[in-house]
Design a protein around this ligand. Structure first.
Ligand code: V0D
Length: 245
């Protein structure tokens, strides 16, 4: 991989982040810059999902979580939402076979309730057909909001306390984590957000407490293997302190 002055950047394969989360931002701006409709940006963004999934798998990343649709995204024009909701089906129609061959396990985080049937059906089928795979865990955050996720966990815990199955001292980080959508996954080591915005936008607020944050100026459809490895290279050259000194 090449750095910006053409020097060689080498990744340390013994220090690959186990879990990488990505906010895939900039599809609309990418399209606008080209005089294309926003949906053309989403379509181009799907190709990047394929490329980054492969790039992550190739260097032994254990889990990749992609923010595909937030609870806020319902406010977008109806046509655009409808288009987005067809993407999982379309993605899986062409990619599921290859994901199975790659030993990838597909999962979803988020609230399934408000999603159209055809969206859920596609995701559930992918989950079912890949559930015994032991390679990369590919998590799609769909209709996901972190505050929602935490409220849901807190309500479950409150219910356990109310029913007498848990005492107040039992309300621990572990108890919270049992009720988050990410149960069983390690926290992300690295968060990447593309397209120059420097915010978390209600994404994995609990899980990102100690993560390294990396912001790229590149629009998601232009993000590629090289940009991805640059983020990991930077991660490997930071000192992680986990709250210590
Ligand atoms: C649009 C850029 C893949 C971000 C990528 C419903 C916005 C392309 C999926 C996908 C979206 C989801 C679940 C699954 C398989 C694939 C996807 C949405 C948007 C929102 F099991 N790309 N993609 N889902 N975009």
């Amino acid at each position: 991989m090449q750095g910006k002055d053409g020097e060689q950047l080498t990744l340390d394969l013994d220090n690959i982040p186990k879990h990488i989360a990505i906010i895939m931002d900039g599809n609309g701006r990418w399209a606008k810059k080209r005089g294309l409709p926003r949906v053309a940006g989403h379509r181009a963004g799907m190709k990047t999902v394929k490329e980054i999934t492969r790039a992550a798998d190739d260097i032994g990343v254990k889990a990749l979580t992609l923010y595909a649709f937030s609870t806020e995204n319902w406010k977008r024009p109806k046509d655009e939402v409808e288009y987005l909701m067809r993407l999982p089906q379309e993605y899986l129609l062409t990619e599921l076979k290859e994901l199975i061959e790659q030993n990838v396990q597909v999962r979803m985080l988020g609230n399934k309730d408000q999603l159209p049937d055809y969206t859920i059906k596609a995701v559930l089928e992918a989950q079912e057909k890949t559930k015994n795979n032991t390679g990369l865990i590919l998590n799609f955050a769909l209709n996901y909001g972190s505050r929602d996720e935490m409220l849901h966990a807190i309500r479950c815990i409150a219910d356990e306390v109310k029913k007498g199955n848990l005492d107040v001292e039992g309300i621990t980080e572990k108890a919270m984590e049992r009720h988050l959508f990410t149960v069983g996954l390690p926290d992300p080591d690295l968060l990447i957000r593309t397209s120059g915005e420097v915010r978390l936008s209600n994404f994995m607020l609990w899980q990102l407490a100690y993560s390294e944050l990396y912001f790229s100026e590149v629009y998601w459809p232009d993000f590629n293997r090289d940009e991805f490895y640059k983020a990991i290279y930077e991660y490997q050259h930071r000192n992680r302190r986990y709250g210590g000194v």
